[in-house]
Design a binder for this molecule. Structure first.
Ligand SMILES: Cc1ncc(COP(=O)(O)O)c(C=O)c1O
Length: 392
């Protein structure tokens, strides 16, 4: 079946729910067993795809979501978590132990870096950051104790596209497991397993939920990586709440139509911004002269609605005049919902392996589902306010 059909059908079982199309919301901690034999039997299949004997291991809503995501991603199995960050931590801890070395992309989501520099470092795990534009040269950074190469493409805030196939080929040849945060593209726009990735992490909070109203993470793995991730997931014991997992499986059903629209509007706005004289650079791999464009064309099936803009020199007050007055682009961090967002970003603060020295302030834009003409008009007025405040 094609992905667009899977997105509608995968993980559904109306017959198990009185014909109701969507799985119900199960609020459950205690699962009852009628006999000692059933109680004991539950232990032996507690790690099955669709059974539970304790609320922490999931409910039928969790299984519906996990099975749908695994099928859609083309992975072996998926496990859901209380947040994307939690999924990232579990994926890392599944493979690392004290004394191990980790290669982390320099453009990673900042809280992922914080995990490496904080918690993992306290447990004796050493991180080396690498240039997102690295390809097979990643091999030169691999040490005997390197276990994990962590990728995220495009990079958070700066949107560099990584050569994932080159990294997985080189990493596997030297015994590393390759993880990828695929939140930006989802498996509709990038297929990590086709590029050799072992473990795929998604902050389902973003596009899968799609309506800015739930926290959810998910890990999908190859067959060989699954056991380690499952063990770590059981150790962490951080399943999503019942309403959030419900909203995740519901959001998934409309992911295709929403993402296509986010892409279209994102590209329209990015191209418009590129032509404005206040703009120094647009950071969007779908724009032909973006440095990541050819890799994006080679590997991706689309672009989501999140991208960056670098303005020419502007004061803090001028930037505030622009942003404070926006009517449709609101300021907020968690993206991927139906609404447009804009925030200033400071990528330079987080870099260690590469430098980031833009001429002026950087912005991160999320193109929502509003009419693109209205969004462009909002930005046009914003840039006019920036100009006016700059002249004061
Ligand atoms: C790329 C990326 N990965 C992971 C996360 C973390 O997800 P969550 O907010 O669900 O913890 C985010 C959140 O912004 C993100 O942008």
């Amino acid at each position: 079946m094609k992905q667009d059909t899977l997105i509608v059908t995968a993980g559904r079982d109306p017959e198990a729910n009185h014909g109701v199309v969507n799985p119900p919301v199960y609020h459950a901690s205690t699962i009852l067993f009628p006999t000692v034999a059933a109680l004991e039997a539950s232990q032996s299949h507690r790690l099955d795809r669709d059974t539970t004997y304790y609320g922490r291991f999931g409910t039928p809503t969790t299984f519906a979501f996990q099975n749908a995501v695994a099928e859609l991603d083309g992975g072996h199995r998926a496990i859901a978590f209380a947040s994307g960050k939690c999924a990232t931590l579990v994926a890392l801890m599944a493979f690392l132990k004290s004394g191990d070395h980790l290669l982390m992309v320099d453009s990673a989501y900042a809280p992922t870096r914080a995990l490496c520099d904080g918690l993992l470092s306290r447990f004796g795990i050493i991180t080396t950051y690498y240039d997102p534009l690295i390809g097979t040269e990643i091999g030169e950074l691999i040490r005997p104790e390197t276990r994990i190469i962590f990728t995220e493409s495009p990079g958070s805030q700066t949107f560099e596209i990584q050569d994932i196939s080159a990294i997985t080929d080189t990493g596997h040849a030297q015994g590393c497991t390759v993880l990828m945060d695929n939140t930006w593209a989802t498996s509709l726009f990038f297929r990590p397993f086709d590029h050799g990735v072992d473990v795929v992490i998604q902050a389902a909070t973003k596009y899968i939920v799609g309506h800015s109203d739930a926290m959810l993470g998910v890990i999908t793995t190859t067959e060989s990586a699954f056991e380690s991730v499952q063990r770590a997931a059981l150790d962490f014991g951080a399943p999503p709440g019942p309403d959030d997992i419900y909203l995740g499986q519901r959001g998934l059903r409309t992911l295709r139509v929403r993402l296509d629209r986010h892409m279209e509007t994102g590209l329209t706005i990015a191209k418009w911004l590129k032509a404005q004289n206040q703009v120094a650079r647009v950071l969007h791999p779908g724009i032909p002269d973006d440095p990541g464009h050819s890799l994006w064309l080679r590997d991706f099936q689309g672009a989501s609605g999140l991208f960056g803009v670098v303005l020419k020199k502007a004061t803090k007050a001028a930037l505030a005049a622009m942003l404070d007055g926006m009517k449709l682009f609101k300021m907020g961090y968690s993206w991927g919902g139906y609404e447009s967002l804009i925030i200033p970003t400071y990528p330079g603060k987080q870099r260690t392996a590469t430098t980031w020295d833009p001429p002026g302030p950087a912005l991160r834009i999320h193109a929502g589902l509003e009419d693109p003409d209205d969004l462009i008009s909002d930005l046009k007025h914003g840039l006019a306010r920036l100009d006016l405040a700059s002249r004061r």
